[in-house]
Design a protein around this ligand. Structure first.
Ligand SMILES: [Zn+2]
Length: 268
C-alpha cells in the first residue's frame, strides 16, 4: 500500500513536470499501463530461469543467497534464499522461546553437488539401504527409482532453490518419539504461520507419487510455490540431463511424479 501511495505521489510530481506534452490525462493513462505491465512482469513465476530452477549456479556467490548463522546451523557453509532465511530465523527464534531448538542440517545444494550425491549412489560408491545398487540392480529405471526414494535427480531438487531445508535429523524415526516428536509437533502446529510447509508428507491418496515421507524437509512456500509453478511450465523430462542415469527421467516421468509430487498444501 505504501508503495502504491509513493507511486502516485511520484506520478503527480512527474505529471506536473510534463504537463504540456503529453497532456496530464494522457500521461496518467500511459503510466497506468506501465504499472499494469510491471505488475505482469513481477509475477514471480516469470522470473525464474531454467538454470536457476535446475540449480546451475553457485549459492555461495549469488546475491539472492545468504549463509545460515551458526546458532541455527549444524555446520558452516549452509546457504538459503535470503527471504526464506529471514522467515526461518523468525521461526527458529519463536521455537527457541518455547524450548524447541531447530538447526538446519542441509540447505541449498546446486546441480553439481546433487550430481555427486546421485552418481555416488548410481555407481555404488555410496550404499543405498545397505546395498551397492550398481551390483544389485542392473535395470536403469529400477535403479533410478530406488535412488529416487530419498534423493533427487540433479536439476530436479528443491534444495537447488534455497527455499527448502532439512531440520535436525534425516530419519523419520527421530521425529516419532521424545525430543524429535516434540520438534515435529511444534512444526506441524506452527510452521505454517511462518510460511513453511512439509513438502514430502506420507505417500497415499493425498500424495500418490514422489519421494518417501520426510519429516525433516520443510519449504518456504511464499517463494517455492512460484518456483514450482515455473518448473511446471518450463521444465520437461527432456531437460533433465548431464549425469549418469538421466536417460531414465522420461520413462519415470520425473517432472510429474517427483518435481510435482508434493504435499498439496505446499502447492495451492
Ligand atoms: Zn531435504
Amino acid at each position: 500500500m505504501r508503495n502504491t501511495i509513493l507511486f502516485f505521489l511520484l506520478l503527480v510530481i512527474s505529471s506536473c513536470e510534463e504537463a504540456s506534452t503529453p497532456t496530464q490525462k494522457e500521461a496518467v493513462v500511459q503510466k497506468t499501463s506501465l504499472v499494469e505491465q510491471e505488475k505482469k512482469d513481477s509475477i514471480p513465476s516469470h522470473k525464474f530461469a531454467n538454470d536457476f530452477i535446475m540449480g546451475k549456479f553457485n549459492p555461495e556467490t549469488d546475491d539472492r543467497f545468504e549463509e545460515v548463522p551458526q546458532t541455527f546451523a549444524s555446520r558452516r557453509g549452509l546457504y538459503m534464499h535470503v527471504d526464506a532465511l529471514k522467515a526461518f530465523l523468525e521461526m527458529a527464534e519463536a521455537a527457541k522461546a518455547e524450548g524447541v531448538n531447530f538447526k538446519v542440517v542441509s540447505a541449498a545444494r546446486n546441480f553439481f553437488r546433487q550430481k555427486q550425491i546421485w552418481e555416488a549412489k548410481w555407481n555404488g560408491n555410496k550404499l543405498v539401504g545397505g546395498k551397492n545398487l550398481a551390483k544389485s540392480i542392473s535395470d536403469p529405471v529400477k535403479r533410478a527409482s530406488k535412488i529416487l526414494e530419498f534423493s533427487s535427480m540433479p536439476g530436479t531438487s528443491r534444495h537447488h532453490w534455497g527455499t527448502d531445508i532439512d531440520l535436525n535429523a534425516l530419519e523419520n524415526s527421530y521425529f516419532e518419539k521424545g525430543k524429535g516428536l516434540k520438534e515435529y509437533e511444534w512444526l506441524v502446529n506452527n510452521a505454517k504461520a511462518f510460511g513453511f510447509c512439509q513438502t514430502y508428507t506420507a505417500l497415499g491418496k493425498e500424495r500418490p507419487h514422489g519421494y518417501q515421507e520426510e519429516k525433516w524437509h520443510w519449504s518456504y512456500k511464499p517463494i517455492s510455490f512460484h518456483i514450482t509453478q515455473a518448473a511446471k511450465a518450463q521444465i520437461t523430462n527432456d531437460s533433465i540431463s548431464g549425469f549418469k542415469g538421466s536417460e531414465t527421467a522420461k520413462e519415470i516421468d520425473v517432472v510429474n511424479k517427483y518435481i510435482l509430487g508434493i504435499n498439496p498444501s505446499c502447492s495451492h
